[in-house]
Design a protein around this ligand. Structure first.
Ligand code: SAH
Ligand code: SF4
Ligand code: F3S
Length: 476
């Protein structure tokens, strides 16, 4: 879900995979051509936004390149979620500064959450940045580029209550030609005390349901076989049809997308434990192509800490939701986000987070230690009082236990046969394919003639690590 140290590896991987995608990346420039280069950090929303940015720039006459050296415009789509994410971005900006020394005309633009958080401060701190553009201002990019070309600084960090970019067809950058993201909402109205997102992304708003279905249809017709519906809190999706006044909730939307085609897999992220309804779970159970996997971040296993975090559920509520998932969708896998060492967390409370990993039987988790973010409720109200060594030790304990639980989870799959959507060659060998089963587990298996990425096949699992399943194609 989340990428703290992404970039070049991911980027190069994408260049290889581009053969199957729709975007043609040029590596050298001819007279009169204008190029943009974009790097993305942070959550899937940001990667999805970069595809909207690419589409807006293409419309304005820019072409995409993976070669920074020929770019007229270097863009970095940034994340503020933890201090480390912001440090990574600043390091990249140093590198872009060097580039500018050799090619003084190159413009550098900062997009996304860090642009929104720091606003004009960015221009004071980073002298060589030419543009600062918040997540709701991307339509303004062509104008801001002209401003910067004229030698002024281009800035727009206005947060909108309506913008969903519903009418913009994203230009697929990160594409393997098989799976794609569809953004269904923007912003977040929850005020988790540790979190900067409500400040960087603004108020929650849902996108026109029909535009979501149209995008899924278009992807299917282009050969894609999996879509992931994205939002910070997808369960609170709510869109009112302006004509019929009918309200579409998340369960309704899931069903609409599932009906696009039985061979189009539907995933979604992120679910909020307070909002995930039985209606959503029953819809998932009713459609084979809605994947049996829920990312349900717990953050902490202790009710007092959850209250301080302002998550608006407690351990009992979360446990009940987990039980409901396993009752209604017995083969569902659940994953989580966990924060170690939030303000005032005691050892006993930390132990409750560990026991939640066992209880919920997570297939995997994204795990972090608490990083105080300026301006958040927690930064204003609570002291960041857990020493760094203690945070790191607790995080290590969480990671160690999650690895054991993941390994156990995966070992249970040995001997089972799964329907797998082939995504491409495995990382280690071009003799093997990789793909996922409905529970979002990666399976690696020897290739068979006639099969290609985007095809479904049946794979029997023979071996497992804590991260991957290994198997063999079988007839079903
Ligand atoms: N909307 C999603 C989460 C988005 S941020 C949700 O509500 O679940 C992704 C994850 O980053 C969060 O789930 C949380 O675990 C982590 N995170 C957010 N703020 C953080 C902070 N200040 N320090 C450490 N981790 C943080
Ligand atoms: Fe942040 Fe909470 Fe919103 Fe998730 S639900 S984005 S953690 S405020
Ligand atoms: Fe980061 Fe913004 Fe996403 S802060 S996690 S890029 S919403």
């Amino acid at each position: 879900m989340y990428n703290d140290n992404p970039t070049l590896e991911g980027l190069n991987k994408r260049i290889d995979e581009e053969k199957q995608g729709e975007v043609f990346f040029k590596e050298s420039a001819a007279e009169g051509e204008k190029f943009f280069y974009i790097e993305s950090y942070g959550c899937q929303m940001n990667f999805s936004d970069s595809e909207i940015v690419a589409s807006i720039l293409a419309e304005a006459g820019f072409q995409a390149t993976r070669n920074m050296e020929i770019a007229d415009l270097i863009l970095i789509n940034t994340c503020s979620i933890r201090e480390k994410a912001e440090e990574t971005v600043r390091k990249r900006l140093r590198i872009f500064d060097k580039m500018k020394e050799n090619r003084p005309g190159t413009l550098v633009g900062v997009l996304g959450c860090m642009a929104e958080r720091l606003k004009t401060k960015f221009l004071d701190e980073e002298k060589l940045v030419d543009m600062v553009v918040g997540p709701d201002a991307y339509r303004d990019l062509p104008k801001l580029v002209s401003t910067a070309e004229d030698g002024d600084k281009g800035i727009n960090v206005f947060l909108s209550r309506e913008e969903t970019y519903a009418d913009i067809a994203p230009m697929r950058l990160d594409s393997n030609g098989v799976s794609a993201f569809i953004s269904i909402m923007r912003g977040c109205d929850n005020m988790c005390s540790f979190c900067v997102v409500p400040f960087t992304r603004g108020r929650e708003r849902s996108r026109d349901a029909f535009s979501v279905v149209a995008e899924a249809n278009d992807l299917y017709s282009k050969g894609y076989r999996e879509v992931t519906l994205l939002g910070q809190n997808v369960d609170s999706y709510k869109w009112e049809n302006p004509e019929s006044k009918e309200v579409v909730n998340f369960a309704n939307l899931l069903e609409m997308v599932a009906k696009v085609h039985p061979d189009l897999r539907v995933r979604f992220s992120t679910s909020h434990p307070k909002d995930i309804t039985d209606e959503v779970l029953h819809t998932m159970a009713a459609y084979e192509n809605i994947c049996k996997y829920i990312h349900l971040p717990v953050q902490s296993g202790n009710s007092r800490v959850l209250d301080l975090m302002n998550r608006t559920y407690d351990r009992e509520w979360y446990t009940e939701r987990v039980e409901a998932i396993y009752r209604i969708i017995p083969d569902c896998a659940i994953s989580s986000d966990i924060i170690a060492g939030f303000c005032t967390e005691t050892e006993e409370e930390h132990q409750e987070t560990l026991s939640m990993i066992e209880l919920a039987d997570y297939s995997m988790s994204y795990m972090f230690y608490y990083s105080e973010r300026p301006g958040t409720l927690a930064a204003r109200k609570f002291e960041d009082d857990i020493p760094l060594e203690v945070k790191k030790r607790r995080l290590q304990e969480i990671i160690r236990l999650q690895n054991q639980v993941s390994f156990r989870h995966n070992k249970r799959d040995i001997g089972k046969t799964f329907k797998v959507l082939i995504e491409g060659d495995s990382k280690r060998s071009d003799q093997d394919f990789k793909g996922r089963n409905t529970q979002n587990k990666m399976i690696v298996f020897p290739k068979k003639d006639g099969l290609k990425p985007g095809d479904y096949t049946w794979v029997k699992v023979q071996d497992a690590t804590s991260a991957t399943l290994m198997g063999e194609i079988v007839e079903k």
